[in-house]
Design a protein around this ligand. Structure first.
Ligand code: FE2
Length: 422
């Protein structure tokens, strides 16, 4: 064996196992591997999980916060203005440098698969070039899917539909959309149809920024579900955000969610940016800007989580930590039952793999040996403590090692080590 992980606690299992890795793949998973590995890691009973999946992030904007100015109102509209100024003036190299740094943060936090929504409306497409080049540069470290994301719409401004198609010709993996910024509802529907046409032409997946507004009349998601059904694209289509669903009439939402299940649509919720950007104009009382995660899950719709923004005009916070995003969603979406907490962990692992349409994922014999060892005993403790990744393993190689913090509390002559664990 090239690497053996000893005393690993896999999800949902009480007894510990040894995991043997050979030639970059999981070779054996059993109670005790007697042979010695070329390299060995003792997990000491800690939780060993498949890597995190970041379902939705804007790498081209990452770490640009404050450049050229901070978003003082905190609104989505001011963020789009600032991003417009930034992308006009930034060089491809500076965009790539920021994105590379952000990817390193994400990998250090255990993310080995991510979907990068990348602006396809910058006239020179330097944003697209930067992230496509980074995808190829970092492919040994992390799998990056690039979405051609029309930040300024497909038809709202001249030439945008051509830039979108050019992005796919350059190698973007996924067609995006933003129907709620088109000039009319009819144009929004046309933009969704256009995205489906492109996906068929270039054989790509679809991930559309859908109804990212508090407006309960924004209902492009039903159009997306209809097209996924009619064009037999079930499972290959993702609707990101869907925050307007929070505000829909309950009768409409009940009908809609049944159709989302029928369309096998993936929903991506983005706890940080949705909490920050949505319902800013409510006054008081102020609604929550999160889609109906509990209802969607109860009715069998796949939901996964993205960070969306990482220190950019849309959101000034974050460090690329999926457990932090899950922890926030637990609070903003009322997910504190033990089954719901367990499901939150699904949303940053297996459900994300489903959203990204990954063919193989998980700690199973024969799969690529990608996994993380968390400083926690299970998914509940991992989310509660927003635990560190002690190890990140990619293709059987250790690519991240983290020293956990050590806190000594002194009371009289005694020393207490505080790790917040029961
Ligand atoms: Fe987004």
């Amino acid at each position: 064996m090239d690497l053996i992980i000893r005393n690993a606690r896999l999800r949902g299992q009480k007894s510990l196992v040894d995991i043997g890795i050979k030639d970059g793949k999981f070779e054996r998973i059993t109670e005790k591997i007697n042979e010695k590995g070329d390299k060995e890691v003792d997990a000491q009973g800690k939780f060993v999980s498949p890597p995190f999946v970041e379902s939705h992030i804007h790498l081209d904007a990452a770490l640009s916060v404050g450049n050229p100015r901070y978003n003082q109102s905190g609104t989505l509209l001011e963020a789009i203005d600032i991003w417009g100024d930034f992308k006009h003036n930034a060089s491809k190299e500076s965009i790539k440098n920021n994105a590379r740094r952000a990817v390193k943060w994400l990998v250090a936090n255990g993310v080995l698969h991510l979907r990068a929504h990348t602006d396809s409306t910058e006239p020179t497409l330097k944003t697209m070039e930067a992230i496509l080049e980074l995808r190829d540069e970092m492919k040994e470290l992390i799998d990056i899917q690039v979405v051609a994301f029309p930040q300024d719409g497909i038809f709202a401004f001249k030439g945008m539909h051509k830039l979108l198609e050019d992005s796919l010709k350059m190698g973007a993996d996924v067609v995006g959309g933003l129907p709620q910024v088109e000039l009319t509802r009819e144009e929004g529907i046309r933009s969704v149809e256009h995205a489906f046409n492109l996906a068929e032409k270039y054989n790509t997946l679809i991930d559309i920024h859908t109804d990212e507004t508090g407006d309960d009349q924004s209902r492009f998601i039903e159009v997306i579900a209809k097209l996924a059904i009619n064009r037999s694209m079930q499972g290959k289509v993702t609707a990101s955000h869907t925050t307007a669903m929070h505000n829909y009439h309950n009768d409409y939402a009940a009908k809609l969610i049944g159709n989302l299940r029928r369309a096998n649509l993936n929903i991506v919720t983005n706890p940080f940016s949705n909490a920050l950007l949505q319902n800013r104009l409510d006054g008081y009382p102020r609604k929550r800007g999160t889609t109906r995660v509990d209802e969607l899950r109860m009715r069998g719709v796949n939901v996964s989580i993205g960070n969306d923004n990482l220190m950019d005009p849309f959101g000034p916070f974050g460090k690329g930590h999926m457990l932090q995003a899950a922890h926030l969603l637990a609070h903003t979406a009322h997910l504190s039952g033990m089954e719901q907490i367990n499901d939150l962990f699904n949303m940053i692992t297996v459900n994300g793999a489903r959203s990204l349409n990954l063919k193989t994922y998980g700690i199973e014999i024969g799969n690529q040996a990608d996994c993380i060892i968390l400083d926690a005993s299970d998914e509940y403790e991992a989310i509660r403590l927003t635990s560190e990744c002690l190890y990140v393993i990619r293709k059987g190689n250790i690519i991240v090692e983290t020293e956990p913090a050590k806190r000594n509390l002194y009371i009289n002559d005694s020393i207490f080590n505080i790790d917040f664990k029961l």
